[in-house]
Ligand binder design. Structure first.
Ligand SMILES: *Cc1c(COP(=O)(O)O)cnc(C)c1O
Length: 388
């Protein structure tokens, strides 16, 4: 029975003995919240992606919240972002009182573009937040030109893009990009985010706002505690990353290249094996030079040809011991947004088409080739059985 095989999850963090020891060292050190290990992780991150400033946070969502706060976005403002994204960005926009303006995506890459965004810009537009999708890179040159032309901030949702490059430049090297270190992402700190920017003032403001609006972190190198002179410079949040989490990130980051290479090899295997399955099409690649981080391996199910819904397809894989993911159910099709913005139904054809057909297959560095074979064998058998 196939179900007696071990369950293959859609993702699993890759944790080494060194990672575990690094966390244990922090736990034994007497200082477990934000401190010297955070500073070390930020420095490693800057070196890895080539960014000038990096601020470690408790999540990428926290980074987006701080960003919206620094831009003073609120009622009457509009923020352009895809509906094909994680809900966090849109939730935050709505909670500031601003209006999310959903931009469609290209049908085969799930990424938006300057061409799709430009018609949505008006006098109320305050910010553009495109998403590097699945580990591929947005076409940044036209996006940067557009942002400059309209004097709008462009902030890249880089949650999927740790290790991605665009025209030879790592994502995060230029401009402002927010990375996630949630356990599903290419590297993890348990929960965590990294705010990378080349804007010194923005970096300073984010650093201050992440910890109560104090000018300093809790940790002071000399007193090994809070500097007594620290005082509130402006009201802030509590979005700092504990050192026990940061310790995990340092080891993860040192293995990023090897882990992404393993993801790439698995993706190549999947693409070869799936080439003969007519009912399933992987995402396409953009036509400009980029390096893929292979955060996700997403396929689209031909629901007409397969005579089966995507949800039933996912259930059938689960019954065969294989986990899948949905990245993402379009935000505007979820209950709250359907009810609040009913006029949007049908307005984003490529987003909606994909939202009903996409499915993420298992992809993580500790998977072996046999696992990828097992997934494709299961897919073939599901499709065959369904036709009988
Ligand atoms: C994971 C993810 C986020 C949020 O990251 P957190 O660290 O969990 O807050 C934001 N955007 C996208 C596209 C994501 O996949």
């Amino acid at each position: 029975m196939e179900s007696s095989e071990q369950f293959l999850p859609v993702s699993r963090p890759s944790i080494s003995e060194e990672d575990i020891n690094a966390v244990a060292t922090v736990l034994r050190s007497g200082w477990i919240t934000t401190g010297p290990v955070n500073a070390e992780l930020e420095q490693h991150f800057c070196e890895t992606v080539g960014s000038q400033y990096a601020v470690a946070l408790s999540s990428a969502t926290a980074g987006m919240h701080l960003l919206l706060h620094t831009l003073d976005i609120g009622p009457g403002d509009e923020v352009i972002t895809p509906s094909m994204t994680w809900v966090s960005t849109v939730n935050l926009i709505v909670m500031t009182g601003a209006k999310p303006i959903f931009v469609d995506v290209e049908r085969n890459t799930l990424m938006t573009s300057a061409r799709l965004i430009e018609p949505l810009i008006n006098a109320r537009t305050r910010l553009i937040v495109p998403v590097h999708f699945a580990g591929a890179a947005l076409d940044l040159n036209p996006l940067r030109a557009l942002a400059e032309q309209y004097s709008l901030p462009l902030v890249e949702d880089a949650a999927h893009a740790i290790g991605t490059s665009y025209r030879g430049d790592p994502i995060g090297r230029r401009g402002t990009a927010i990375f996630s270190m949630h356990p599903i992402k290419n590297i993890t700190t348990g929960e965590g985010g990294m705010f990378c920017t080349d804007d010194e003032h923005l970096a300073e403001r984010i650093r201050r706002l992440k910890f109560h609006g104090l000018g300093v972190d809790a940790f002071d190198r000399k007193t090994h505690g809070r500097a007594p002179q620290a005082e509130v410079l402006e009201p802030g949040f509590k979005y700092n990353l504990p050192d026990m989490n940061a310790a995990l990130g340092i080891g993860q980051l040192s293995r990023l290249k090897a882990m992404n290479q393993r993801r790439t090899d698995l993706a190549v295997t999947y693409r070869q094996l799936l080439a003969e399955v007519d009912e399933v099409t992987p995402l396409g690649f953009p036509d400009y030079p980029f390096k893929h981080a292979w955060h996700l391996f997403i396929i689209r199910l031909d629901i007409e040809k397969a005579c089966m819904s995507r949800d039933d397809f996912m259930t059938a894989l689960k019954q065969r011991g294989i986990g899948t993911g949905l990245h993402f159910r379009a935000v505007h099709t979820q209950k709250y947004y359907r009810e609040q913005m009913p006029a949007l139904a049908g307005s984003l054809p490529n987003t909606e088409w994909n939202s009903e057909r996409i499915c993420s297959l298992p992809l993580f560095p500790d998977m072996d080739d046999a696992d990828a074979h097992r997934v494709v064998t299961a897919i073939k058998s599901i499709l065959k059985e369904n036709k009988r």
